[in-house]
Design a protein around this ligand. Sequence first.
Ligand code: ZN
Ligand code: ZN
Length: 340
Amino acid sequence: MTRRALVVSQPGVIGILERPTLAPGPEEVVVRPAYCGLCGTDLELRQGDVDPAFVTYPLTLGHEWSGTVEAVGDGVRHVTPGDRCVAECIVPCGQCENCLEGQTNTCEVYDELGFTREGGASDQVVVPARLVHRLADGVGLLDAALVEPSSVVFRGLEKAAPRPGGRVVVIGDGTIALLAAHLIGLWSPREVVLVGRRAEQEELALAVGATHFTTDDAEASNADLAIEAVGATVAIETAIRATRRGGTVVLLGLPPTGQTVELPADLLVNNDLTLAASFGYTSAAWARVVDLLSAGKIAPGRLVTHRFPLERFEDAFAVLAAPSGTRGKVLLDIAEEATN
Ligand SMILES: [Zn+2]
Ligand SMILES: [Zn+2]
């Protein structure tokens, strides 16, 4: 028996391969993914642009997915076959100092599905049971496919500790920026300004929670909280300059390996800025996002603009790489029953 898997065999070489089917070991769960999101990082993984310390080829892609439990190994009690679920893709060791303090995103042993282990762009994926979260009955798998990027954003926002009633400026117009505009609503801001490059993102930005969209960098100003969601050094500078005295800057985007940024050093001190940067998500942030989704407090599925069957992965990557056109989240439909 085989299953399909979207594999980057080596940088630049990608295709759907037949792989042996999976069976769960003790304390493991095998999930049948319904949807698998693709993001800019997948493009970089495909091209070989990710820091080699964080990737092992050949690589089955997929670090943003939702699905249904197919089989559970010995000792697994909290989920059973048929349960709809999501799973944290960062696999923390649970033993190191960072893990014990709850900072599972900076575990001393980096290990992540879709980077160093097989990911969810496949008919099956195997995950340690402790990372699997069952979804409440009313939660759609489409919304759930965005738990991963939502957790990345949520963790950064928590670290920035936004105060209610603030003016929030988001730099960027991609999925992370749009999710930031959506999730910051949990902290009741007065205004949420999205400063983007692509005018065609305006409608989507306003639909998910931004109060204003602009392509004019001059409007990036007077922010109580500035959120950098591009992953470009120039955007980091824009975010810092956009922040009012006493305000906070949070960096969510990951710039290309090895780049340095020039900071207006006097501004940082004179303006009494707080600077936060956030990597990935903690287990606690992930659990919180699942709770918020279950409670109907967030609806990240609104960001989905494109869906392709797994076989059409090239079309999905083409949309991701396109310089223009409205684009929110791009998903691969994996299971035939992926209808909700
Ligand atoms: Zn991603
Ligand atoms: Zn650890």
